[in-house]
Design a protein around this ligand. Structure first.
Ligand code: FES
Length: 293
């Protein structure tokens, strides 16, 4: 093994180990309860990013990161002290909504993701603290201290960003878990059973090849079919409660409309794939997913 390869592997092993740090669980439970208990109402879904179809947090962090990187550039340009301080302040203020969006996502994740997420949050909080002190020192004329604290903050923010990337892409927090569904199905119609296999008002789980689906027969006879694994974190929708034409995921409470799979309540930011349904004269139920294959 080359030295470089060994270094890369040990970095990856260290990052992966964060998700197994059970010592963090003692902190995670109480913090999760606090975050879930904040009365955000419908604004919680806005912070999740439901309206834009993907998590809002990665978009919001562009503002503080951009401001702080710009401040670091100005710190090596003579005569730009006031502008650099302004950017440091913009970064600190804009980090607050970005952090809140991150916290509400974090509170609805798997254990291993929450452990990494807690370290990510602690790293970013340290960066915010360093930048806040940098802003104060700059305002009092202690520019050298302000710059030093700013560069320390940038290092912490960069580390936090790397951990956020690990969380998003290696641990798949925030990704749409139903994205593979159309790629796993053949195009065209598939038989999912006979009408009598689906008792009225009862969610039934069926397999279409590798894809589990939720079949629900309404009292009026209409049949709805959705991908069964929740787009948020793969929760089993067939075990969820069905109320008012919607199914509620049993894991974190996302609500999906049975008629078209639309996520009417988060934390899910992506809808469920919804199948077209056709019932033959002999009662055979066929389903087709638009865009499959
Ligand atoms: S798995 Fe989280 S809401 Fe369904």
């Amino acid at each position: 093994m080359s030295g470089r390869g060994g270094c890369e592997e040990s970095l990856l092993r260290s990052l992966d180990a964060l998700g197994r740090m059970e010592q963090l669980d003692a902190v995670i439970g109480p913090v999760q309860r606090v975050v879930r208990g904040v009365p955000l109402g419908r604004f919680r879904d806005v912070l999740h990013g439901r309206q834009i179809g993907h998590p809002l947090h990665p978009a919001l962090v562009q503002i503080p990161i951009g401001a702080w990187v710009s401040a670091a550039v100005l710190d090596v340009v003579p005569g730009t002290g006031r502008s650099a301080r302004l950017l440091v302040g913009v970064g600190v203020v804009s980090a607050v909504p970005a952090a809140w969006a991150g916290w509400v996502d974090w509170a609805e994740q798997h254990e291993s993701q929450m452990r990494t997420g807690l370290v990510h949050a602690a790293t970013v909080a340290t960066a915010i603290g360093l930048y806040a002190r940098s802003w104060v020192h700059r305002g009092r004329g202690r520019t050298a201290w302000g710059k030093a604290l700013g560069f320390a903050g940038l290092c912490m923010a960069g580390t936090g960003g790397m951990l956020g990337g690990h969380l998003a892409f290696r641990q798949a927090a925030g990704t749409n878990k139903t994205e593979p569904v159309p790629h796993l199905l053949e195009e065209g119609w598939h038989i999912v059973g006979g009408v009598e296999d689906f008792p009225v008002g009862e969610a039934v789980r069926r397999e279409l090849g590798e894809v589990p689906v939720l079949v629900f027969r309404q009292p009026g006879g209409r049949i709805h079919v959705l991908a069964e694994r929740c787009s948020h974190q793969s929760g089993p929708l067939s075990e969820g409660e069905i109320v008012d034409g919607c199914v509620e995921c049993p894991w974190h409470g996302s609500v999906f409309r049975l008629a078209d799979g639309m996520n009417v309540r988060g934390p899910a930011t992506a809808p469920q794939p919804a199948f077209k349904v056709r019932v033959d004269g002999d009662g055979t139920v066929h389903v087709q997913l638009p865009g499959a294959g």
